[in-house]
Design a binder for this molecule. Structure first.
Ligand SMILES: C[S@@+](CC[C@H](N)C(=O)[O-])C[C@H]1O[C@@H](n2cnc3c(N)ncnc32)[C@H](O)[C@@H]1O
Length: 720
């Protein structure tokens, strides 16, 4: 603590260190001491941040144009309401004056901490009849701006009303759910929170909050909660002030693994409404003041989002540690509860008309999934070999964690993670240098083909233009065309095999008529026979996954799914669908086997190039099966019509298209924590197959499943 002189010396030393002379600092310090009724704590807090800001505000105010003087005058009116100086104050002023003579001292100053909840004079509670920082220090252009942004914070500002007298809780924008899925938002809050925001209840501290959050008993644990309690000008001479101001940072996880941070500022009886953008901007400005310079791309929003992502990652790691030490259910960090089996009876859909289609599972899985909420009904402790911190086991450039907030298993049933397709047995995939002719590669190129003045021969099959932009995204026109294939099937070319390999594998002697395959646009990437480097912009999918993904257990009964934990722009490559490359006959066998075993189906036809006019041999009619060997793509669930991913065939190392890669790209902007989905192309009306399509839980208003009661009219749902 120390004497007032000592404290003043330190404060001035701290200011000196960041470039403020005593001449500049002393009057402001005096002013603040008056405001805080000689309470040093709010001034010393955060390495004298209040003092530094107040000095800056005062400096700014000197440049305030005359037009803004009226506002200052309004504040000046508050002056008489302020508490009068007592003897102590006078003594302190004298001490300060003394201190002024000594310029040699350089007390230690802590580096200001960024992002820590702290008490701010500007956000000080309206002391009903007395204290106002704004009143004490003339409003500057900056403070005026702040006042405009946080209009109702200052209760006595002339002419200011409280048009949005609402909640005091500042809630960071919550992770966005997948559009059009109605969800009960079950956020599990920190221990201090009770119920936020349905308007019906408030927190213990008197806060309400925006959003739709139902808090439950479990929490992320105290370690994830930071609370800063700052004394707020409590003193005998200040009347009508409340005892403390509390600023809390609460981090809560939702039932489906989303993370929400809420900042709660107890501001007594004041009402105010501000947007998070305003808060972020102000914090950024303050950081700038404190640090004098900031990284140009600093964004408090991003910083907070990073905090949320770290919570998810830490939660995942904790769950793994707990699982290993057998204490999963003793110490709940993220609300992991008892598991379910997600084994399911399966069937194979005969539908190939929608293009690449995943052969689907059936009801039992859904029934199992629905018991996920009831731990007592959970069963099947199937052992898996997954690393929940990274299901790819280091095979990808990024880690892909697994999160399960509902099931007794912390990870999905076993499979081998492979980052690239592998031939199972008989599929004919001939990758050889000699098969790539000169027109199908760019041997003379170097560096980045996208930067060349004239597109090289690798752009030939895409009409002389590359599919990618220099930023590594799909070009809009190309993406629009690929997406419209899924949306308006009838308008796109459908190819009918003279003898369909799929039908032939079902009935060799008398194959049924081909149901049709959609002719899709291909991406063609440069490859090893090209002269360009691996960083060439026309090599996107072959560089592998770069975005941050997470495998999570869905709440809607779809089993496991995939979500992004960062915002993704439109046209971004997400991942490939990887699996064993099967022939039609092998595919058929697998489907029957899967149907017997009752598993999710993970098979996708690679039929985008079947319309080449040649009658395909069985070994040329390839498909991918991710059941036993696959990558993260095997977890991506189906959504009717308005999925956020589009599947695009990609030619990399073989020029003929019976074998190709299947890559997923975002077809809209996707926000962090949205589930990633693609339209499997299932015809839910097709009941001919050995088993029936799964009951669709996609939540899309355009759901095609006739058994889905929530879908819109059949006509709307049916594809054009
Ligand atoms: C490629 S897998 C997707 C990952 C799967 N959810 C899992 O847990 O392994 C396809 C299977 O997921 C389930 N599924 C995918 N999308 C679904 C949806 N919209 N509604 C219900 N189940 C779905 C079905 O069981 C389907 O056979």
């Amino acid at each position: 603590m120390g004497s007032n002189t000592e404290r003043a010396r330190k404060a001035l030393g701290a200011m000196k260190l960041i470039g403020f002379s005593k001449k500049q600092a002393i009057p402001v310090l005096k002013e603040l001491l008056k405001i805080f009724n000689n309470n040093w704590e709010p001034i010393e807090d955060e390495s004298y941040r209040a003092l530094a800001d107040a000095i800056l505000d005062r400096q700014d105010s000197k440049q305030t144009p005359p037009s803004q003087q009226g506002t200052q005058a309004a504040h000046a009116d508050l002056e008489p309401l302020r508490s009068t100086r007592d003897d102590r104050q006078q003594y302190l002023s004298a001490s300060l004056d003394d201190t002024c003579e000594d310029d040699n001292e350089t007390p230690l100053v802590k580096r200001p901490r960024m992002g820590t909840a702290n008490f701010r004079p500007e956000l000080q509670p309206p002391q009903q009849s007395s204290v106002s920082t704004q009143g004490a220090l003339p409003a500057s252009p900056q403070t005026s701006r702040r006042q405009t942004r946080s209009l109702t914070v200052e209760p006595h500002a002339a002419g200011h009303e409280y048009p949005l007298a609402v909640n005091d809780a500042l809630v960071v924008k919550e992770p966005k759910p997948e559009p059009q899925i109605d969800r009960a938002e079950d956020f599990v809050a920190g221990p201090n929170a009770t119920q936020l925001n349905d308007g019906s209840s408030e927190q213990t501290s008197g806060f309400g909050a925006r959003g739709n959050i139902v808090h439950q008993a479990q929490s992320l644990g105290r370690s994830l909660q930071a609370a800063a309690v700052c004394k707020n000008g409590v003193g005998s001479t200040v009347q009508n002030t409340h005892e403390t101001s509390i600023v809390e940072v609460d981090v809560a996880s939702s039932a489906n693994g989303e993370v929400k941070m809420s900042l709660k500022c107890s501001l007594g009886s004041s009402n105010f409404s501000i947007s998070m953008e305003e808060v972020f901007k102000m914090v950024e400005e303050k950081c700038l003041h404190s640090y004098k310079m900031l990284p140009s791309d600093l964004s408090i929003g991003k910083l907070l989002s990073e905090v949320c992502q770290s919570v998810v990652q830490l939660g995942t790691m904790h769950s793994e540690v707990n699982r290993d030490s057998g204490s999963l259910h003793n110490e709940v960090v993220v609300p992991f509860v008892k598991p379910i089996s997600c084994e399911a009876a399966v069937g194979i859909s005969d539908d190939v008309a929608g293009g690449s289609s995943v052969l689907e599972s059936s009801e039992p899985c859904l029934q199992n999934s629905l018991v996920a909420w009831n731990p007592e009904l959970a069963h099947c402790n199937q052992k898996t070999t997954h690393d929940t911190t990274d299901i790819s086991k280091g095979e990808e450039r990024v880690r892909i964690p697994v999160v399960n907030e509902f099931g007794s298993e912390t990870c999905p049933p076993s499979f081998y993670y492979i980052p690239r397709n592998l031939v199972f047995q008989n599929a004919y995939v001939n990758i050889s240098i000699s098969r790539i002719c000169d027109e199908d590669c760019c041997a003379d190129c170097s560096g980045n083909c996208l930067s060349a003045p004239v597109p090289c021969s690798c752009a030939r099959i895409t009409g002389g233009e590359f599919s990618y932009t220099l930023e590594g995204l799909l070009k809009t026109a190309f993406l629009d065309e690929c997406t419209s294939v899924n949306h308006f099937l009838q308008e796109h070319h459908r190819f009918y095999c003279p003898v369909c390999p799929l039908e032939r594998s079902k009935n060799e002697g008398s194959p049924g008529p081909c149901k049709g395959h959609i002719v899709r646009k291909f991406i063609k990437e440069c490859w090893s026979k090209c002269g360009c480097g691996m960083q060439c912009g026309n090599r996107v999918i072959q560089r592998g996954i770069t975005c941050k993904l997470q495998v999570f257990f869905t709440r809607e009964g779809k089993g496991w799914g995939v979500r992004t934990v960062e915002d993704l722009p439109r046209g971004a490559f997400v991942c490939e669908y990887v699996g064993e490359i099967l022939t039609s006959a092998e595919l058929h066998e697998r489907a029957i086997e899967n149907a017997r075993n009752g598993k999710h189906m993970h098979q996708v036809l690679l039929d985008a190039g079947w319309g080449s006019g040649v009658v395909l041999r069985d070994e040329d009619a390839c498909s991918l099966d991710g059941s036993f060997y696959g990558n993260v793509g095997r977890f991506i669930n189906h959504r009717c019509y308005n999925a956020n991913l589009v599947q695009i065939p990609v030619e990399v190392e073989t020029p003929d298209h019976h074998y190709h890669h299947l890559a997923f790209f975002t077809n809209k902007k996707v926000e962090a924590f949205e589930e990633l989905t693609w339209d499997y192309g299932i015809d839910f009306d097709d009941m001919e197959g050995p088993s029936k399509p799964f009951r669709c839980m996609c939540g899309s208003r355009y759901c095609r499943d006739p058994n889905n009661p929530r879908r819109m009219g059949r006509a709307a749902a049916k594809r054009k």
